[in-house]
Design a protein around this ligand. Sequence first.
Ligand SMILES: Nc1ncnc2c1ncn2[C@@H]1O[C@H](COP(=O)(O)OP(=O)(O)OP(=O)(O)O)[C@@H](O)[C@H]1O
Length: 270
Amino acid sequence: MNQPAHAHAIETAVDQPLLNVSGLRKLYAPGKGVDGVDFELWPGEVLGIVGESGSGKTTLLQTLSGLLPPDSGEIRYLGEHGKPLALYELSESHRRQLLRTEWGVVHQNPRDGLRMSVSAGANIGERLMAVGERHYGRLRQAGENWLDAVEIDLGRMDDLPRTFSGGMQQRLQIARNLVTRPRLVFMDEPTGGLDVSVQARLLDLLRNLVMDLGLSVILVTHDLAVARLLSHRLMVMKGGRIVEQGLTDQVLDDPQHPYSQLLVSSVLTP
Ligand SMILES: Nc1ncnc2c1ncn2[C@@H]1O[C@H](COP(=O)(O)OP(=O)(O)OP(=O)(O)O)[C@@H](O)[C@H]1O
């Protein structure tokens, strides 16, 4: 598969994909889960996964992020030191460590990704501490920088996230994830559950961060507008299988598979 023609991707490009997925299967029942999934994710690429409810998007994301062992198939992740790692041949503690350090996960519900009992600044600092930073001044400074980057007033640094609006909580969750500059970020409906105007602002912020940092992202969404704005490439899922994949504009403007055609037209036709 070709690397995307994207400036940041080219800057960080290496000659190997960051993720290489082959023959992935995790079925709860026939057609329920994930089956026969093959794809690659290149550094600096945002790959959107779209499909109706129940098509297997969350199952795929959980399997890819090391949380749900597949029935069969392989996921190879190109580790920090340029060594491909077979994800499910690693120990569970090693996979958990990847989640704390090289990877980030942005959950739909910020409560799943934040620690609600510690301050906003500590939510950001904690992630940095997990990768070895201990210097209080630098932790505090990173907290300030990241609150600023996600447009949260610095005066809220010592406040608990539960005093924040849903949009602010989501922006804080993004800051907590990105502060360690993860090599791979998983996002599950990052703008879901928010008001339309809050969604638009968050989407704009996410798009800028993704571009500025040249992030590699796997993005699950049922919202094709979100997929169009953020993803370079799209995979369309139905009944656990990928029925179409390609460049985002190609898939959305000229879908080939009847199901993709239906998905696109059901959004375009009120
Ligand atoms: N733990 C489980 N046990 C049994 N069946 C499950 C389990 N988790 C998911 N499923 C089934 O697998 C299928 C895929 O679910 P999944 O949550 O991956 O879909 P999805 O595309 O993410 O849907 P949504 O957009 O609603 O979150 C569904 O039919 C679901 O009912």
